[in-house]
Design a protein around this ligand. Structure first.
Ligand code: KIV
Length: 290
């Protein structure tokens, strides 16, 4: 379906034309895996802005407002400095720009780990201010009590196990996880603990493939892989990575475009036109009416 958008300037809401289908819900996502089988894999991409959401929405089941916006949007070295306000603002923009996908927003580091109560306050703030449908948080068994607490109080939670970037200062980097027996066992038990606590889906990031498959088999809710396995119940990538916005491409990313080259080429052509006074031309300038 080809869709265009009219921006309602009073509400900043992007109104799709033709009228779209109804927005997916968290239960729709959870139900995609039934009796251990997912016939149609879940499609998730990150989005941080309204326009990006408009372009991705019709192709996705879930738009993730990831705290990867730290590096992608803000040029920060890690996700650790991200704040609730940053996440709430970007999530609100993504909700305004979408009509079909479930919007999930990342809980930033330091806003949920202290207690289930702290997590509830942070999650409620994110959902109230943005209109997103669910939150994502990192961590396994240690977060199970919090996931149950939130789920029982109206906050759907997506879990995140394996390589958890907010723990970079403990992990010492972003290398794939699950190479030792101890690490592999922990990833599978973390996924099980989140599933039993009520997570509606679990991201498995940066994990050796057999462990991603084992964790996927071990849980009843859908798993969403990134650097994991095609046998997860769905996949996610950072949109800017798959579009080719950055020179460095992690091994698990498939580049579907070379947007950095396209932008560079356009900027160079613009600069040349400005310097040679070719821009603006007659089509881009206003003349007095006769
Ligand atoms: O922050 C993010 O973009 C993420 C995905 C990579 C899963 O957590």
């Amino acid at each position: 379906m080809s869709t265009t958008f009219k921006l309602d300037t009073s509400t900043s809401r992007a109104n799709p034309t033709p009228q779209p289908m109804r927005r997916l819900t968290v239960p729709n996502i959870r139900e995609r895996k039934s009796d251990g089988v997912t016939h149609e894999p879940l499609v998730m991409l990150t989005a941080y802005t309204a326009r990006q959401a408009q372009l991705l929405d019709a192709h996705c089941d879930i738009l993730l407002v990831g705290d990867s916006l730290a590096q992608v949007i803000y040029g920060l070295p890690t996700t650790v400095p991200v704040t609730l306000e940053m996440m709430a603002n970007h999530a609100a923009a993504v909700v305004r720009g979408s009509y079909h996908s479930v919007v999930v927003v990342d809980m930033p580091f330091g806003t949920y780990e202290a207690s289930p109560q702290q997590a509830f306050e942070s999650a409620a703030y994110l959902l109230k201010t943005s209109g997103a449908a669910a939150v994502k948080l990192e961590g396994g068994t240690a977060m199970a009590e919090t996931v149950a607490f939130l789920s029982e109080r109206g906050v759907p939670v997506m879990g995140h196990v394996g390589l958890t970037p907010q723990a970079v200062n403990i992990l010492g980097g972003y290398a794939a996880r699950g190479r030792s027996d101890a690490e592999a066992g922990k990833i599978v038990s973390d996924a099980k603990a989140l599933d039993e606590a009520g997570a509606f889906a679990i991201v498995i990031e940066g994990v050796v493939e057999p462990i991603a498959i084992e964790a996927t088999r071990a849980v009843s809710c859908p798993t969403i892989g990134i650097g994991a396995s095609a046998r997860c119940d769905g996949q996610v990538l950072v949109t800017e990575d798959m579009l080719g916005m950055f020179e460095r491409v992690p091994r698990f990313v498939k580049r579907y475009e070379d947007i950095a080259a396209i932008i560079g080429k356009a900027a160079a052509a613009y600069a040349s036109d400005v310097r040679s006074r070719k821009f603006p031309g007659t089509d881009q300038t206003y003349q007095p009416k006769d």
